[in-house]
Write a protein that binds this ligand. Sequence first.
Ligand SMILES: [Zn+2]
Length: 72
Amino acid sequence: MSYTTEHSPCGHHVSKLKLIARTRTTPEKPKSLRIWRCDDCGKLYMELTGMPCEMTQETYDSFKRDGLLKEN
Ligand SMILES: [Zn+2]
């Protein structure tokens, strides 16, 4: 399914996406990326080029373990 402004890739409405964390900025990566969780299905999304792209719980956990996240 392609992304529209109304629905995230899991098919649920974008209003179900809850901002749960942001990536920490570093001199190499000065832009903080937002990470959302879908309230309906629990899927994780990371902002890439302004659009939510699915990320796995494993990736999220490894980011967290490496101290790359600021959780809400
Ligand atoms: Zn969903």
